[in-house]
Design a protein around this ligand. Structure first.
Ligand code: AMP
Length: 279
């Protein structure tokens, strides 16, 4: 698998392929690859076709981490990631250094101001500004026809969709379903930091969300009541938020109905876990 790290070289590399009429599909990641990433990559390979270019970016983006978050201890198994990309049919890996992605005095940001307000945006101020900025930069450098994101990061996908629309990026967005461990726990690079005890507890998140879906299967229910049902299942977790929102606008709903989204974030020890379900 071709590895690119320098930006001018990367821009030239993609410009040449694009001029030759090749379709470019991008899977943006922060690395530490797991089954969720690999599913996105497999889907991307199919969408790119045999002649298309499947590009994976691998960059732990400092701009999307808060000052007290886990930027420094975020796992970075670069050799393993590269090997996984090779065997998954990735054509090119873009893994820039932080210092080349951001000038020391960088002062321009992409800020989505509506969908970013609630959910993870509330507890992680500046997070989605960091996400939008890096994704916009990746779009400029890689010039993909199509980009793939995971549904696990539900709010992120909605915000990127909005950014693409609002800023006229000529990129099609594909959102791929959440991949889970056998226990139901959503795959995440952060799962490696869970203690064995936390690992046994963590699947309760999925169970609570399935129970929530079951509860509104027949009729709508007050969102507050639904949230209480979920909270009761998650004793021992430090809940960041549990919200019932409209699945496209992410506006909070007072009544939980079919097709709404329930999203939550909760800490187990020093690991923050997120998940969501469509009712
Ligand atoms: P990350 O490396 O955590 O930034 O994730 C890179 C991409 O993989 C994002 O679009 C995520 O939404 C997606 N992703 C992460 N975990 C999962 C999962 N368990 N299932 C599906 N997609 C995922």
């Amino acid at each position: 698998v071709k590895m690119l790290t320098r930006i001018p070289e990367t821009v030239r590399w993609f410009r040449k392929r694009r001029a030759a009429g090749r379709r470019i599909v991008l899977v943006p990641t922060m690395g530490a690859m797991h089954a969720g990433h690999l599913r996105l990559i497999r889907r991307a390979r199919v969408l790119a076709g045999r002649r298309g270019i499947l590009a994976v970016s691998l960059f732990v983006n400092p701009a999307q981490f808060g000052p007290r978050e886990d930027f420094r201890r975020y796992p970075r198994p670069i050799r393993r990631d590269r090997a996984l990309c090779r065997i998954s049919g990735v054509d090119v890996l873009f893994a820039p250094r932080s210092s080349s992605m951001y000038a020391g005095d960088a002062s321009t940001w992409v800020d989505e101001t509506r969908l970013s307000r609630g959910l993870c945006g509330r507890s992680r101020p500046g997070h989605f500004r960091g996400v939008c900025t890096i994704v916009a930069k990746l779009f400029h450098i890689v010039t993909p026809d199509l980009a793939i994101f995971g549904r696990k990061d539900f709010q992120q996908a909605a915000i990127i969709r909005r950014m693409i629309r609002d800023l006229n990026f000529p990129v099609r967005l594909v959102v791929a379903p959440t991949v889970r461990e056998k226990t139901g726990l959503a795959c995440s690079s952060r799962n490696t930091h869970l203690t064995p005890a936390a690992n046994r507890k963590a699947p309760a998140i999925r169970q609570a969300l399935l129970e929530a879906r079951h509860a509104v299967h027949r009729r709508p229910m007050a969102a507050s009541r639904l949230r209480a049902i979920i909270r009761r299942r998650l004793r021992g977790f430090r809940i960041d938020y549990i919200e019932v929102v409209d699945a496209t606008t992410l506006e909070p709903r007072k009544t939980a109905r079919s097709r709404n989204c329930v999203a939550l974030a909760a800490h187990l020890g020093n690991v923050r876990l997120i998940d969501n379900i469509i009712l």
